[in-house]
Ligand binder design. Structure first.
Ligand code: FES
Ligand code: FES
Length: 170
């Protein structure tokens, strides 16, 4: 688990484009290291890979941060839900559509849902409702019943498809 500087117990990553050295004791998971570094936007709903609230992208791959050893991410580009914001901290189309559709209630699941949706829209610009539901199949939301989330993702996809190509992953 040596970081890029060779220090034991550290992991060097870029989080939303910013270089960060994470403390990572032996066996520490990525979510523990991220939250210890102040990335509280990554939520721990179950700590056992079931709920999807801890989703992040690691080098573009959808990743359960609660199951992933931090040491495995050394050198990786990590994207959390905050990475969806633009350079002026403006909301991503997905975030705007979630607001528009009332697709968040308590909000706890939302960081993981948005990262899963973002991952989907990087692979397809025009997903069917079935594809959206499939992309959310690893996310548990106890509040919304998912219908508003699927509508929000569909409308965000439509907006993004009509506008510029989606921003390249940071
Ligand atoms: S906290 Fe990781 S899947 Fe639930
Ligand atoms: S909005 Fe409450 S768990 Fe999803």
């Amino acid at each position: 688990m040596d970081g890029n500087d060779g220090s034991a117990g550290t992991v060097s990553v870029r989080v939303n484009g910013e270089p960060v050295t994470l403390a990572a004791e032996r066996g520490e998971t990525l979510i523990e290291s991220l939250r210890n570094a102040g990335h509280y936007e990554v939520k721990n709903g179950c700590d056992e890979g079931v709920c999807g609230s801890c989703n992040v992208l690691c080098d573009g791959e959808l990743t359960r941060a609660c199951l992933t050893p931090a040491s495995r991410c050394d050198g990786a580009d990590v994207t959390t839900v905050k990475g969806l914001l633009d350079d002026d901290n403006g909301l991503h189309a997905l975030q705007e559509e979630f607001l528009e559709h009332g697709a968040a209630q308590c909000g706890f699941c939302i960081p993981g849902v948005l990262v899963a949706a973002y991952h989907l829209l990087q692979r397809t610009t025009d997903p069917s409702d079935a594809e959206i539901a499939d992309a959310l199949s690893g996310n548990v939301c106890r509040c919304t019943g998912y219908a508003q989330q699927i509508e929000a993702i569909r409308d965000a996809a439509t907006r993004l498809d009509r506008a510029e190509p989606m921003e390249v992953e940071r």
